[in-house]
Ligand binder design. Structure first.
Ligand code: IMP
Length: 198
């Protein structure tokens, strides 16, 4: 079995990814790996933040690991909140405050087109014990609802309606969300890559 640490403190993300992984992979969250740190996200791009999170954990554990950074990119807001999605309404990382700010900034705007973009960074030691880095990107296109719908999920889920659906992510089971999700698309590529490596 292939062991990998997922460098996140977000249990929702761990659950989503675990539900996608076959039994040939053992994914450990930071909590399961016994690591208790607030991972930095100081950069202006999802890719740099994903690398920063992965390298932070790799330096601590010296074990193969991956991380991901996700942003909600809204067309009419010039791609905001983007890489700042977690802290859009302030350092409190408050889901409700972030949603309120998006809805306020979009009020009166016709174009509600948006996308979630996930960047995964994988770090692993190759057969020659050389550290390798690889990135995987997943995009889910959709639109921002005019009001919150549903209670499931996390973050911006209650206001995001993926293309091809007529309900928000927060009205879907995890399995249904995974059929559309940005994270699922990036993770699928990650596991395909790992299967070819092993
Ligand atoms: P981060 O990748 O943990 O930095 O997430 C950035 C922000 O996007 C956080 O506020 C998350 O709640 C939000 N976010 C990330 N993934 C999703 C998702 O699948 N649905 C809704 N919000 C998300």
């Amino acid at each position: 079995m292939y062991h990998l640490i997922f460098a996140t403190n977000n249990q929702n993300k761990v659950a989503e990814i675990q539900s996608l992984v076959g039994s040939d992979f053992n994914i450990q969250s930071l909590k399961q790996a016994g690591i208790d740190i607030d991972i930095p996200e100081p950069h202006d791009t999802l890719q740099e933040n994903a690398f920063e999170k992965a390298i932070t954990i790799f330096k601590i554990t010296n074990q193969n690991c991956f991380s991901e950074d996700t942003g909600l990119e809204i067309e009419a807001l010039n791609g905001s909140p983007g890489v700042k999605s977690a802290r859009y309404a302030g350092e409190g990382r408050d889901f409700q405050a972030n949603i309120d700010k998006v809805l306020l900034n979009l009020s009166g705007k016709q174009d509600r087109t948006a996308q979630f973009r996930t960047v995964i960074c994988l770090l692993w030691n190759d057969a020659h014990d050389k550290l390798q880095t690889h990135y995987f990107v997943g995009i889910c296109k959709g639109k921002i609802a005019t009001e919150m719908q549903g209670e499931k999920g996390f973050g911006y889920d209650p206001i995001f309606i993926p293309d091809g659906a007529n309900k928000s992510f927060a009205q879907m089971s995890m399995e249904e969300k995974n059929t559309y999700s940005h994270r699922q698309k990036a993770v699928t590529q990650l596991f395909e890559f790992l299967r070819n490596l092993t």
